[in-house]
Design a protein. Structure first.
Length: 416
């Protein structure tokens, strides 16, 4: 019996660590290392804010496309193979961003392709990796450890931010991309070897699918679920402005220029425990309140850099990191509850809404910055989108409460 427990423990540790590193590569490096490297890219190549916004939007478009495609990947060996392929593409496109392709005008076509493919592969690692890890933990009786998987996102962001802060001046922006790609080649061996899809269980899978379908027929698209989806769309469009331009915002203000790269590292530190923290908030209140408070906190985080204060900007980075991962995890948790178990359908819809918001957000922000020479209008617009999301969540909570008072079938979701 003790040997069996040891084997199960090793399986859980291996897949959890592998999945965590995979998320660090996909999100912290391939996706978000662009943020601390961007100012040096702009200075060296002449890349303007509107061009940076376009690159960001192409990356998020790739993520949206990859998310839709990941939902079609069957379980078993195929899912493992696609996950590994996503790792290879992610590492390759990260390193390729550092190739000498000329100035921004010459390099833009290649950069657009690379950032799009990086987004596709990030979605593959994020969605398939999480699914494989959660399935494995469930079969080994380790569901309680699932929340720690999301620390990989914050760890990757903090690590890439620290790397750029320490070595960016020596290596240059191209060297940053090449070095990060090389590091990910080594680290990527662990998720490539350890994250494997467990053998499929046809009867359980069929039962789960039938349950999802039955729940979908029973619940339909309720008003609270629709409001959650709209709020999640607004969050995608609002948070991504800071996620794309935060370091550039701080570097352009003399009062905060010295903390630009360091602030992004602080974002990662805040993100490490965000999922666990906001889940605890939800257990003390409910998932609605957890999301509303996270949105309002993030609004403050988005606006604080406008003060020009270094202290306020560091606090902003901590709050921002401490909210965006928590909002993702809590939105999925609440969506599954509101759908009466139709998790696959709801996670897909929420991912699509969030992805569309991310695609749309950086484009107008980049255009406004290019025309006005200031990030203030872009930050105000982003904060407005997040506040509107919080308002929609409040309305959804009220409607869900009225449905709960009408009968047990509409019970208000509490965090599990």
């Amino acid at each position: 019996m003790s040997r069996l427990k040891s084997e199960r423990a090793w399986i859980m540790v291996r897949v959890l660590v592998g999945g965590l590193i995979g998320l660090a590569i996909a999100m912290g490096v391939a996706r978000f290392a662009f943020t601390p490297i961007l100012p040096a890219m702009q200075e060296a190549t002449g890349l303007r804010a509107d061009g940076a916004g376009l690159l960001a939007s192409l990356n998020y478009l790739g993520y949206f496309v990859g998310a839709l495609g990941a939902g079609l990947v069957p379980h078993g060996g195929v899912r493992t193979a696609v996950y590994r392929l996503s790792l290879l593409v992610s590492v390759g496109t990260t390193a390729a961003m550092g190739l000498d392709l000329g100035d921004a005008g010459q390099a833009m076509p290649a950069w657009l392709v690379l950032r799009f493919l990086s987004g596709v592969s990030s979605a593959g690692i994020f969605i398939l990796g999480i699914a494989i890890v959660l399935d494995t933990l469930a079969r080994q009786g380790g569901e309680r450890f699932a929340g720690w998987l999301y620390t990989g996102v914050g760890l990757g962001i903090a690590s890439s931010g620290l790397f750029v802060a320490l070595f960016g001046g020596r290596l240059g922006w191209a060297g940053d991309w090449l070095a990060l790609g090389a590091i990910c080649v080594v680290l990527g061996l662990l998720p490539g070897l350890w994250v494997r899809d467990p053998a499929p269980q046809p009867q359980s899978a069929a039962a789960g699918t039938a349950g999802d379908a039955g729940a979908a027929r029973r619940g339909g698209l309720s008003a609270p679920l629709l409001l959650l989806t709209l709020a999640y769309f607004l969050e995608g469009g609002g948070y991504i402005v800071s996620a794309t331009f935060l370091v550039s915002i701080l570097k352009t203000d003399p009062g905060t220029a010295a903390i630009g790269e360091a602030a992004w590292m602080v974002v990662g530190i805040g993100a490490m425990g965000a999922g666990v923290f906001w889940a605890a908030v939800a257990r003390r209140s409910n998932s609605w309140w957890s999301l509303i408070l996270a949105h309002l906190t993030q609004t403050v985080a988005i606006l604080l850099p406008m003060t020009g204060s270094s202290t306020a900007s560091v606090f902003s980075a901590l709050l921002f990191g401490g909210t965006f991962v928590g909002i993702v995890s809590q939105a999925f948790a609440l969506g599954r509850q509101l759908s009466a178990g139709a998790s696959a359908r709801v996670v897909g819809a929420l991912t699509a809404a969030y992805g569309l918001g991310q695609i749309i957000g950086p484009l107008p922000a980049g255009l406004v910055v290019t025309r006005t020479g200031s990030f203030n209008a872009a930050l105000l617009g982003a904060a407005g989108a997040v506040v509107l999301g919080a308002l929609l969540l409040a309305i959804g909570m009220v409607i869900a409460g009225r449905q709960a008072s009408a009968g047990p079938a509409f019970a208000s979701p509490k965090a599990s």
